[in-house]
Design a protein around this ligand. Sequence first.
Ligand code: ZN
Length: 420
Amino acid sequence: MSKKLGCCILLSIFALLILQISIKKKPDDYVKTIITNKKNTIVAINYPQTKYKHLNQKIQKYINDVYDDFKDEYDFFLNLKGKSELNIDYTYYITKEGYISIVLYTYIDSSLLESPLREIKTFAYDSKKKRDLSLLDITKNKENLKQKILDTLKLKYKDETYKSLITNSYLKKIPYSISKDKVSLYIPSYQNKVTPYLIHLPLSDFNLNEKEENKHVFDYTPKSKVIDPKQKVLALTFDDGPSKYTDKIINLLKKYDITATFFVLGNKVSLYEDTLKKMLKEGHEIGNHSYNHKLMSTLSEDEIKEQIQKTQDIIYEKLGYKVNSLRPTYGSVNTKIKQSTNMNIVLWSVDTLDWKLKDPKKIAERGLKVKDEDIILMHDSKSRTEKALSIMIPKLLEENYQFVTISELEEVKLLRKKLQ
Ligand code: ZN
């Protein structure tokens, strides 16, 4: 054996050792990424890997199948002309019971296709019992669940097409995910009826006790809701509350069966505990609008953190509810604010000027100049806001807008990006 070869072998062993170490050092859950950019094909695949081999294998098999098919179908033939793209993205949830759900969104576009292909694939896994988890495993009552899915779909989907579809074996296969406050079903499009529906169901319909630790504080069950990602969506948002006008607004929203997001001030939470409870019971979302409305962009990082955390803490203490989104005061955002939090920072796209205009009709006029995916800014600290809303809502419903919360808007945007 030459000296050179021996050296090479040694080096290889050494390299293998390093590789081994670096594999072992990987965290339990991590993301695998494949990105290639060839002349005619671009590929971006991101998917999670967990410490559970069985689950990883299933995910890996799906990814391999999709990627191999893509290469066979598009890559090879496209070496001469045309373009194609494969994109796989994911969301990952884990509950306190150790239930892991992973949603994979596959998107394929190619000049060989008339329109892009999309697919949602979900994996659910019971990490304590180390086995797959089907929707039936967590369902309290099969018949009730089937009825609930049908009833929810019927609201949007006038005929009874789904009735024959929703069977026990269908329930077993249904793509779904469990997040901290709901179970989401991804009803595939059926018979070319364009839309895959997204249905949210409350955890209380299932054998899930995520909320149990807060039960002594306040137990609320959000309503079930169906959102059609193909139809226009709007998010109503209210700042600076709660106030003595908030209940009126909640009642009005209830009359039309619509939900909104309230960015509240921490220093008002104790005073309006009942209003906030009602808010959650009616399915509205609560956001964080600082503790006492200081201009956050002029504060130090520590002060910003304090403004945010004090509000998070009091909401959690009184309602057992964890807020996900932050609306900085005066809509003023800077790097300090962004660095102080990993919450979703939410501004708006339509300002109704209800804080300035006195005439509800003028406020409504501005609130009616909207388009799909707009976020409307209003204030539940003003009496005229409710009056303006009572003009706006019926008109917007006539224009077939669906009212969503900020979290739902994010979900719809994601679905659209992946599905339409
Ligand atoms: Zn404000």
